[in-house]
Design a protein around this ligand. Structure first.
Ligand code: ZN
Length: 221
């Protein structure tokens, strides 16, 4: 891809959005980050995101999206136990209805205010939980809606859309930031950086992907 001007990365300091940040730095000549705060279980997440953006040297903007915690009860914003597994007939209670639609809308308005029309988000269809607002069709539809709503030509980029977690580690490695992503990002629902607590669903998913990738890499040698 030819380097385009600027991109706005939806950034939380986790594995996914940090990998996306480095992908954007490779593909765009300037990049800024936008981090939503919405009463996450661990405000540590926001501090880590800010520190990572500073370390990478990209502008970091926070946006208070705490209205999201007033809209519905879920385990990311309220002190209730997280579902370990996806229930057969519904989404896990880490699902925040409408979150990505709201976030993309906020992001597009913020991006536009900076003269930016490329938005990067780390959603993936391979996500274990299958959140409906992480799917490709949703992103295409939201992209079209944003264009119509503001009479602009936004492009929502989803570099992780078709990657499983092992392939995502491969992307970080290809981008030369494997150690950075492994040692500095926060994915754990219990707020522990790098390899995390090892027990929460996010840690298990991350570890499974990492182990798969490392096995693949060692066999390739
Ligand atoms: Zn954990």
């Amino acid at each position: 891809m030819k380097k385009k001007k600027s991109a706005l990365v939806l950034f939380s300091g986790g594995q996914d959005s940090t990998t996306c940040l480095f992908w954007a730095l490779k593909n765009f000549s300037s990049v800024r980050t936008l981090c939503f705060t919405y009463g996450q279980r661990h405000s540590e997440e926001v501090k880590i995101a800010k520190a990572l953006a500073e370390e990478v040297g990209v502008p970091f903007q926070m946006l208070d999206a705490s209205i999201i915690s007033q809209l519905s009860v879920n385990s990311l914003t309220a002190d209730i136990k997280m579902d370990e597994e996806k229930p057969a007939d519904s989404y896990p209670n880490t699902f925040v209805p409408g979150r990505n639609l709201l976030f993309l809308t906020f992001a597009a308005v913020v991006a536009r205010s900076h003269g930016i029309f490329d938005i990067v988000t780390g959603v993936s269809e391979a996500d274990y939980s299958g959140y409906p607002d992480c799917r490709h069709t949703f992103i295409l539809s939201a992209n079209a809606a944003l264009n119509l709503a503001m009479d602009e030509q936004f492009t929502v980029h989803t570099p992780l859309m078709w990657l499983n977690k092992a392939e995502e580690w491969g992307m970080a490695d290809d981008l030369g930031v494997f150690d950075f992503v492994r040692n500095k990002t926060l994915t754990c629902y219990n707020g522990i950086v790098a390899d995390g607590c090892g027990n929460c669903p996010a840690c298990k998913l991350r570890k499974h992907g990492l182990d798969t990738y490392l096995t693949y890499k060692s066999e390739k040698k």
